[in-house]
Design a protein around this ligand. Sequence first.
Ligand SMILES: C[S@@+](CC[C@H](N)C(=O)[O-])C[C@H]1O[C@@H](n2cnc3c(N)ncnc32)[C@H](O)[C@@H]1O
Length: 203
Amino acid sequence: MKINDTNKLFYNKMPVTEFKEHVKHAGLSNCNDLLAIKSYISGDVLEIGGGYGRVISWLLKNTKNKITTVEKSKKCLLLKRKFPNINIYSDITKLKHKYKTILWMMSGIMDFSKTEQQEMILILSSILTKNGIIAIDLPKAIRFKKYKQFYTLESEYGTLKGYYPSKSELIKYLTKSKLKINKTIKYKTATTKTRIIYLICKK
Ligand SMILES: C[S@@+](CC[C@H](N)C(=O)[O-])C[C@H]1O[C@@H](n2cnc3c(N)ncnc32)[C@H](O)[C@@H]1O
């Protein structure tokens, strides 16, 4: 089974209150990540992995862009109820439209194995407009002493597995998809952790 499919079971079960605790712990409740890239958000926006709607809520308050979200877990149903006027899908491979801004926030890329990350980048490249940007958010550095770039979070809701791509691995994915890093933005979370957002564009 794909790591991303196993993780879906975890996200299905994790209650929103617990999800919000994770966001708080990451220092992202105030959306410092989105504030850091606000000036780069334009055109039709696609968010990968809507969760409980943190990013959608911020976009609705702070921008006038058309928003689309794709959320694979059962949280998709919650999003559809909470945001009836937003385009919400559960399967990224079904998207036909092209987006000027694609947001993949809060380490969302880490919910995938290395091979799955490459596949996702290829998909994102195919639905990005010519002059569009993809924002990929990650912690600045991560050191899982025992597992190196792999991490496992055991909880009462199941297991969340992840993979932290190094910058050179990310560049390899991008090169295969005719993309490149255009800008690297460092920012501090509310819990004073440093995180990085790679702004990616077509070559
Ligand atoms: C770390 S959370 C981030 C939530 C939200 N983007 C935020 O920043 O607050 C990752 C989310 O991506 C969703 N997800 C994981 N794999 C996905 C996929 N293949 N397609 C759509 N959503 C996915 C998960 O279910 C989860 O809700």
